[in-house]
Design a protein around this ligand. Structure first.
Ligand code: NOJ
Length: 558
């Protein structure tokens, strides 16, 4: 108890001292199942995270977001929660969590929990009670509907994970709605009791000192009350169904009312942050997620830039410009990688210049005016290791949708710590997913020793971003906007001091010059702060040369 109180006080003091810590922060996503296994069962655990906190401190991250580690049948590897206020024994105990919090806090690293609001597991006591009859105190906690006259589901809504979003329940003789797997019934967010219960679970973790939440599937919280059929779009999905638009099930206006309530709860505690998983079609919709009065999410994820999936200078420039001009001055949160998508190297790489392209992505992630989300292993150059046989697939969508949808196992392979058996992930037991084939050279131990490794590039970039005043506080201004080959911008502070960032988006060397005369920047000479390529000369604004996919960061010297 005394230890717990100490953690709470320590966190409250630490987080409260800098309530704006999340601005410009580097947040590192950990998929606990795949990070480090300390008890040798082939599955990562909380102690595995604690064991590697020094690595994370050295990397320079401000916070870790840990994907769900609560009790769960693990159908969706933790995103199907059966108890919001405990730890799944696979991942450890509450004492392990408290120790992780204490050790992270000691190192100045904040812990952000994942909070799944849209749905619970079908094994959660709330759902068990709700499905037990049509008349019980929780009968209306989920989205129940009668069958139509022919006994079919009430409409054509499709699960994001394939096939009808409605599942028949024999006991209630009704369907329930599930935006994801049928084992993940959607909660009824129009029921105030549901809201209050969820807010209490959040307070449980806030009381423990977590620095905030990454909120899962934010746009999915509400569905149309009239249950209107979704219009059909062209084509078939990976599961063999006609594609439906999601106008009646995605991003309904009522979401904002809940976000304001969530912010209200979070505001009871100093320095806590709400991060949103917000896949949205454009920046105007994204802007709404911050709230008209900055009273909704602190950091809704911008999934547009990182998931362009094409190295197009014009598209990158446009998305950066929108983030700067359409978010009402709020702090963007960029991400290129997560546990649901092929790793960025496999979406942006050309197979020849992958190393340079990874550094380019690191540079564009970490030098604009934005907070940044990283995903474990991104800093090493871990690649996607998609299963080649359906019998090896762990992620259920990979089995439901095989071979068109192979699931998300590929981006969830064990963290590559060293070149021992199992990449140092832990134990002798076979890890739950096979380690990536490049682990002998792409790993922490090897890359820590190579001064020019990708890992050291990330470290230098993060350090620079913290120490350099322009990268920390400067305005973001695009330059060379007509260029079809080079993306460049400056970060400039009021006193006219500027840092130039330039990235070659092509496989040909490019020479460029940057004209800053109209920006009130003094000086022409550039002092190289970081370059992704060896032998960067000390150039001036008139002569910057970049090799294939090269990235350059330099301070303009008066
Ligand atoms: C988004 C999570 O990132 C994903 O892994 C999960 O399957 C769905 N939400 C459902 O919770």
């Amino acid at each position: 108890m005394a230890k717990l109180l100490a953690t709470f006080l320590l966190c409250t003091l630490a987080w409260g001292a800098d309530p704006d810590w999340w601005r410009n922060a580097v947040i590192y996503e950990i998929y606990p199942r795949s990070f480090a296994d300390t008890n040798g069962d082939g599955i990562g655990d909380l102690n595995g995270i604690t064991e590697h906190l020094d690595y994370l401190k050295d990397l320079g991250v401000d916070a870790i977001w840990i994907t769900p580690f609560y009790p769960s049948p693990q159908v969706d590897f933790g995103y199907d929660i059966s108890n919001y206020e405990a730890i799944d024994p696979q991942y450890g105990t509450m004492a392990d969590f408290d120790r992780l919090m204490r050790e992270a806090t000691k190192r100045g690293i904040r812990v952000v929990n994942d909070m799944v609001l849209n749905h619970t597991s079908d094994q959660h006591p709330w759902f068990k009670e709700s499905k037990s009859s049509r008349k019980n105190p929780k009968a209306d906690w989920y989205v129940w509907q009668n069958a139509d006259a022919k006994g079919h589901p009430p409409n054509n809504w499709q699960s994001i994970f394939g096939h009808s979003a409605w599942q028949w329940d024999e006991k209630r003789k009704q369907f329930y709605y599930h935006a994801f797997y049928k084992e993940q019934p959607d909660l009824n967010w129009r029921n105030q009791a549901v809201r209050d219960a969820m807010y209490d679970t959040m307070r449980f973790w806030l009381d423990k000192g977590v620095a905030g939440f990454r909120l899962d599937a934010v746009p999915s919280l509400f569905e149309d009350v009239q249950l209107r059929d979704e219009p059909y779009l062209e084509g078939m999905d990976a599961y063999g169904e006609r594609i439906v638009s999601r106008v009646y099930t995605d991003n309904l206006a009522e979401v904002h009312e809940v976000l304001r309530e969530l912010r209200h709860v979070t505001n009871e505690y100093p320095g806590r942050v709400l991060i949103g998983e917000t896949y949205l079609p454009n920046s105007l919709e994204l802007a709404k997620m911050y709230g008209k009065n900055q009273d909704e999410l602190h950091l809704p994820m911008d999934m547009q830039l990182g998931f362009l999936n094409k190295l197009s200078v014009a598209d990158f420039r446009r998305k950066l410009f929108e983030a700067e001009t359409q978010l009402n001055g709020n702090m963007p949160l960029f991400a290129f990688d997560n546990h649901d998508n092929m790793r960025s190297v496999d979406r942006y790489g050309d197979g020849v210049h992958n190393d340079a392209i990874q550094r380019l992505i690191a540079t564009v992630l970490l030098t604009p005016r934005a907070s940044a989300l990283m995903y474990y292993g991104e800093e090493l150059g871990m690649t996607t290791n998609t299963p080649t046989r359906v019998e090896d697939v762990q992620d259920p969508i990979g089995r439901i949708g095989w071979p068109k949808e192979k699931g998300r196992d590929g981006e969830r392979t064990p963290m590559q710590w060293n070149n021992d058996a199992n990449a140092g992930f832990g134990g002798t037991h076979k890890p739950w997913l096979p380690v990536g084939p490049n682990y002998k050279t792409v790993n922490v131990a090897v890359e820590s020793k190579e001064p020019d490794s990708l890992l050291n590039y990330y470290k230098r970039l993060i350090k620079l971003r913290k120490e350099n005043e322009q990268l920390r506080e400067g305005e973001f201004v695009l330059t060379n906007e007509a260029s079809e080959t080079v993306l460049s911008y400056i970060r400039v502070t009021r006193d006219g001091k500027a840092v130039v960032v330039a990235m070659n988006f092509t496989s040909q060397p490019q020479a460029m010059s940057v004209d800053l005369s109209s920006r009130g920047v003094k000086g022409r000479h550039l002092k190289t702060l970081l370059a992704s390529f060896p032998g960067a000369k000390e150039p001036d604004l008139g002569h910057i040369t970049l090799p294939a996919f090269g990235s350059y960061v330099g301070q303009v010297e008066p």
